[in-house]
Design a binder for this molecule. Sequence first.
Ligand code: HAM
Length: 446
Amino acid sequence: MALNIKRPNGTEDVIPKNVHKWHTVEKIARDTAESFGFGEIRFPTFESTDLFLRSVGETTDVVQKEMYTVMAKESKFTLRPEGTAGAIRSMLQNGLLNEALPQRVYYIVSCFRHERPQAGRLREFHQFGLEMAGSSSPAADAEVISLAQTLLNRLGLKNIKLYINSIGCPACRAKYHDTLRTYFSAHKTELCETCQDRLIKNPMRILDCKSPICQEIAKDAPIILDYLCEECSNHFENLKGYLTKLGIEYNVNPKIVRGLDYYTKTVFEFVTTEIGAQGTVCGGGRYDGLIEQLGGQNTPALGFAMGIERLLLVMDKQGCDYLTPKKCDIYFATMGDAALEKAMELSKSLREYGYFAEYDMMNRGLKAQMKYANKIGAAFTLVLGDNELSEGKAKLKEMEKGEETQIALDDKFAAAFEEVYFNKIMDVMETESGDGGLLSFMGGDK
Ligand code: HAM
């Protein structure tokens, strides 16, 4: 019977043969964040809807069109459309901001936005994100951007361009809003319905509208960089200086306003042209007013998030390396019940040592078992039958070269296997140039 319930549109499955790609990104992301002093934070998948209204902003596309909101009894909850709001809510609720500053957290979370699915744009997607709270210095902006750049480099990604902009503070933005209102008022009737409303409430959001007509009108709109106050302007200049010192190439793009309302001063995006229209792999910026807006003390903060699915699209496209998935170290081919029981016992002891051991659970004949061992790429096989059991020893076969080693089936089996295993590693190290072969033989992690 055909499966008649499929996964929802805009969601993806990750099956075991592909999960090593995710592990690669997650591991390198964690290691990188931790090397910059960030600690992992975990927070709920859903939050009170108000949290997102007050942070992401009521006039954003995310809040107006894309949130998954549910009524549960009398409470209204929303599946997180992004990580910042939940991370900051959690930092506040757990008193992290009363501890030594800056506070630095990172997260790997699923996010939900009801957008039109296309390559690189999903309804459930995953973000690696991080937030730093407490520093108003442009050095912190440079640090966070440098972290993002380091991570992209460590993932092996190339040709990803960094775009930066400053969208000022509430003071300079008030003047800019007036100018924008005047500009867009001349095109009022051509704007989409949502943007007509934004014209009054938050004209900067029109710059971010996805409607082609609004985008066309926005092309010639005045840019915020011309309206920055002295402090915002100095902050931006200092950031550029730090980026240059760090050897990080950047392009100033005055059109970047970001799709979320909480940003102030620096905003940035890392963009690729290699995966189609959804090429922004990382977006972030400073949000100096958010913490206070959510009930905390006035605390400057900033961060970014990367879309993991988008990172993987680019990594696949560019042929980046992934951690090698773990392969079977030893397969026991068994004949009869007593041999099967022995295989169970030996596997148990090997697994205590951290090896990946497997034996037949399908009642296959010997030939079919060996075919299976080949198929799964077992590094070693060991045939167990009545003879081997009565003699208390068996032949351990190294599958690549076919070399056999006699091994006792006693309580020193795991230690003896380890010795043969490490001899093989030494062999691989001597014959392979580089460590690609070794890593693949060792299943990446051992
Ligand atoms: P964002 O730009 O909305 O920022 O999302 C960050 C990244 O998530 C995007 O650059 C993209 O790679 C990925 N992404 C967003 N929407 C989708 C989607 N529908 N499908 C696949 N990937 C997607 C934020 O979320 C901010 N919270 C980032 C931040 C953290 N700013 C400061 N701290």
